[in-house]
Design a protein around this ligand. Sequence first.
Ligand SMILES: NC(=O)c1ccc[n+]([C@@H]2O[C@H](COP(=O)([O-])OP(=O)(O)OC[C@H]3O[C@@H](n4cnc5c(N)ncnc54)[C@H](OP(=O)(O)O)[C@@H]3O)[C@@H](O)[C@H]2O)c1
Length: 338
Amino acid sequence: MSKKYNVVLVGIGAVGAEMLKVIHQRDFPVSELKILARSTREEEIDGRTYQVRAAAVEELDGADFVFFAGTEGSKGASATYAPPAIERGAVAIDNGADFRLDPEVPLVIPEVNPEDLKNHKGLIASPNCSTIQMLTAVAPLYRESRVQRIIASTYQAVSGTGRAAIAELDRQARQVLAGEEDVKCEEYPYRIAFNVLPQIGGFKEFGFTTEEWKMDRETRKMLHDDSIKTVCTAVRVPVFNGHAESVYIETEKPISVERAREIFSAAPGVVLIDEPEAGRYPMPLDASGQDPVFVGRIRRDPYVENGLHLWIVADNIRKGAALNVVQIAEKMIADGLI
Ligand SMILES: NC(=O)c1ccc[n+]([C@@H]2O[C@H](COP(=O)([O-])OP(=O)(O)OC[C@H]3O[C@@H](n4cnc5c(N)ncnc54)[C@H](OP(=O)(O)O)[C@@H]3O)[C@@H](O)[C@H]2O)c1
């Protein structure tokens, strides 16, 4: 009989709930599954009832894998529980940003840099959702001809902020349509319903936000190439789920549109939908609930011979978080790294 693993899931918000679905759908080899959050309770997800326990260090005893889908920061779930999980011999895989740029921690998209897993020291980080979908698509082009520069604009769904933000868009949209004027904003500084917010995270160097810098730093780390220059404008849009990205790349040697289509057709985790004349291109409504990263609207830049424009869409909760974490664990099992 093939081996099964004791799994602890920390956090059962938007990402944690999706992780449970992914674990069942992919038949991940679970022996015992424990769910931890801030309070003890029952939660119903996808027609199943789960016991949730209040997080505590002792709850990590006996775990093989600990998947983190909690909050970030010095008092967050992974900062608090990843070190004791590793001490107990578990492999921790974190969705959050706390450890992504730590040189001791592999940052991995299984379709892009699975080889980095072999250097793990108990903790692996899953990249930011926007970076995951961009790089799953861009890495196969990079292998054809080195990508020198990326200019991206993101259209990010509220599910990227978590459960409370999904509820906020729903509530605000109903209130606005009912003609109510006093619409409360709790998750975002401004109303998100029927609006677009050009800020995700705090403002940092050169006026770019933390979210925008993540795309640059995480891309360099995973491609092992510090010369690649990524700039981004990250925008929150009133979409429940599924991030879209307009991505412009410049490669060392020109890649034709036809060749790019061939590359995407063969790329793992990528689905090409590029028939603009027939009105076929990727959209968040179609991508939501799906595993792949969808690419379309491939165009050569009319003014830059080595410039290509792409439209990249994926389910940010799924490939951008939950699925990527489970795929990392599956790859570690397959490669005998646990
Ligand atoms: N949403 C995305 O698209 C996305 C993509 C990539 C990465 N991520 C990252 O994934 C993580 C989870 O995001 P989310 O969107 O699922 O957030 P969320 O909907 O707000 O859920 C957070 C969950 O974490 C639990 N939690 C918070 N602090 C905790 C602690 N100290 N100990 C144990 N559990 C704790 C909460 O418990 P209670 O339920 O008891 O409050 C809740 O279940 C974050 O680090 C986020 O940055 C999210």
